[in-house]
Design a protein around this ligand. Structure first.
Ligand code: GCB
Length: 617
């Protein structure tokens, strides 16, 4: 389906299920004219949701002798944006509820009287023919946005961007912006009531004002043409339908300069033949500076080109078979006990990926910030990116299904120009049922209509050792619709070994590539003990478990890669052991302080030998 057909079918307006829904963010916000609203924001913690009846979004101050208000944003809590609230105040560590964030946007040169200590950003008034958008990289989990006392938008979903047009709502002087953020878990949410990571709340990613011309490029998708490695294809979608608008694509290094004209729906497409195109590949990244111009205004990007495909039971990148030496991480800096949100955070996590010798990351279990995705691309790391359909989802709830499609759309539209993304993950650990199959099938259709140049994958946890057949099997009809099947299996940890690991056979989806997308077990760094005893929580036990699993993997004929669980120990509210866990999932190859456990070396050596094997072939 073309971009304009999607628009017409309402596919690109999925979040409009709620009134005043924010719109999906424009593509490549960082390549546009942006002003950061990051920094300290005033905040009020509102556990009983009394901010609405008390109308704290009006930010009123007493005008008469008899007047008083039981709130004020000045003189109180300040929270850093981007960032989670849990790691900023000890009393908010476990908090799940509402927090109000506030900031003054002061437009023009006249300096309004604001209370001392107010959080203020001076903003240049939009000029004639200019539009101004308020962009949020992500807010976990739901939010309502108020400007000058009026509710202007709401958004649900904690890991994808959205925006609100505010240029025509701003006036000269003080404009009061309030964001009501709520991270309470609910059964209809995604993820739902329980999940194995910290429920960090807040405005967890960058906030920006984005300035555009009246008519601008809202979305684009530049990639290798389906039919040829010597041809590029560009689709463009304008903010408004406008026939005959010119859009120019420039890639100086390739000598490309090509202009297209949009059709009556504001959509345009063009192909360009190129010579000497260098392809991007894991561990051999190559990106081009790209410029798109419309109405004299340009936006910049860096884009790489590569092809990922399945051939029988193999995964090919640029026609070459690749073994996926993957690792997972949460969007968390364990040393800080908080969300990762800056380029420096991304650098820390991805450097550890490279140190391990991995060539891919499974971004667990939700779209992570754009800094991470872009940096992985610069570093030559392939990515699997997924939405947080994680166990416990109510597949019978239509509103949940619409939300899932909205999240998938927001993720794909944000990142489909990123060639590092090889896999779109649609679900983790779901069990077969009619409702589940229908839910995931529609999700897959949405995904494929937005981007069919990636492989679609889901991770399952219903593979079992069958005594009768003496091998691992998994019976799940839904796998037929996927390009690649992935299995999470914790042999030696949640499941005891039925026999000698090296003698265990696998027969799962033998006609497709298979990834072991999770395996592992817990160990407390520095703890030594019996390598055969899980309850020793020892590095030796974890090391043995890794060696046993690697031995078993030799017997998976369609194995194309593995992704151990997980790079770092991470915080989890249901890891209760008072000595060995203390609220941490200890399956990391690295401790919460970044120390290497023995199992790290097992994977490091394995990845080195896999890499050498690949370079010999
Ligand atoms: C899983 C989940 C992952 C958990 C992991 C565990 O199967 O996909 O999110 O953290 O197991 O450690 O139990």
């Amino acid at each position: 389906m073309k971009l304009h057909a999607m628009l017409a079918s309402g596919l690109l307006c999925l979040t409009s299920v709620a009134p005043l829904a924010a719109r999906p963010a424009m593509t490549n916000v960082y390549g546009r004219d942006c002003q950061s609203l990051n920094g300290k924001w005033a905040a009020i913690v509102d556990p009983y949701d009394q901010g609405i009846p008390k109308e704290i979004f009006l930010n009123r101050t007493p005008q008469q002798d008899t007047e008083f208000f039981e709130y004020a944003f000045e003189g109180g809590l300040r929270l850093e944006v981007p960032g989670d609230w849990n790691s900023q105040r000890p009393e908010l560590e476990y908090y799940e509820g509402t927090v109000w964030y506030a900031r003054h946007l002061v437009v023009g040169t006249s300096a309004p009287q604001l209370p001392e200590g107010a959080c203020v950003t001076p903003v240049e008034a939009p000029r004639d023919g200019e539009r101004l958008f308020l962009h949020f990289g992500a807010v976990n989990y739901r939010c309502n946005v108020y400007l000058n006392g009026e509710k202007i938008a709401s958004h649900e979903g904690g890991f994808t961007p959205f925006e609100i047009e505010i240029g025509d709502r701003l006036h000269e002087g003080d404009n009061f912006l309030a964001v009501e953020v709520n991270n309470r878990r609910t059964p209809d949410a995604i993820p739902a009531m329980a999940f194995d990571w910290w429920n960090y709340g807040g405005i967890t990613r960058d906030v920006m004002l984005v300035r555009t011309p009246e008519r601008y490029i809202r979305d684009y998708f530049l990639r290798l043409d389906d039919a040829s490695d010597k041809r590029l294809r560009l689709d463009v979608e304008l903010s408004e339908p406008a026939e005959g608008t010119e859009v120019t694509l420039r890639i100086p290094e390739l000598g490309v300069e090509k202009t297209l004209r949009t059709d009556g729906q504001g959509h345009g497409e063009v192909t360009v033949d190129v010579r000497n195109l260098k392809l991007w590949a894991p561990e051999a990244p190559y990106l081009y500076d790209v410029e798109l111009t419309c109405g004299g205004v340009s936006l910049d990007d860096r884009i790489g080109f590569r092809r990922i495909a399945v051939d029988g039971t193999k995964v090919l990148v640029n026609g070459r078979e690749v073994f996926l030496r993957s690792i997972s991480f949460h969007e968390e800096i364990p040393q800080r006990r908080g969300r990762a949100c800056t380029p420096a955070d991304a650098r820390m996590l991805l450097s550890e990926v490279q140190a391990l010798g991995a060539n891919m990351v499974r971004l667990a279990h939700y779209p992570q910030n754009e800094h991470t995705v872009r940096m992985a691309e610069e570093m030559g790391i392939l990515l699997w990116e997924e939405i947080p359909i994680w166990q416990g989802i109510d597949f019978t709830d239509e509103s949940t299904a619409a939300k899932a499609r909205g999240m998938l759309q927001e993720m794909i539209v944000r990142d489909r120009n990123r060639c590092a993304i090889g896999f779109w993950g649609i679900a983790n650990e779901t069990r077969p049922s009619e409702a589940r199959n229908a839910f995931l099938s529609r999700l897959l259709e949405t995904g494929r209509s937005l981007d069919n140049s990636r492989l679609y994958v889901a991770a399952f946890d219903n593979a079992y050792y069958m005594k009768q057949s003496d091998r691992f099997e998994m019976h799940d009809e839904f796998t037929r619709l996927l390009d690649v099947v992935a299995v999470n299996k914790y042999m030696g940890w949640y499941a005891p070994w039925p026999k000698d690991p090296a003698s265990i056979q696998w027969a799962i989806c033998l006609d497709k590539p298979l990834i072991i997308s999770e395996f592992g077990g817990e160990a407390l760094y520095g703890q030594h003990g019996d390598r055969r005893r899980a309850s020793s929580w020892s590095e030796e036990h974890q090391e043995q478990l890794y060696a046993d699993n690697l031995a078993m993997f030799e017997n998976i004929p369609n194995l194309v890669g593995i992704s151990p669980w997980i790079l770092f120990d991470f915080r989890s509210p249901f890891r209760f052991h008072p000595v060995n866990q203390e609220g941490w999932n200890r399956k990391g190859l690295l401790s919460d302080r970044g120390q290497r456990k023995k199992a790290w070396y097992v994977i490091h050596d394995y990845y080195r030998s896999k890499r050498e094997e690949q370079s010999r072939n």
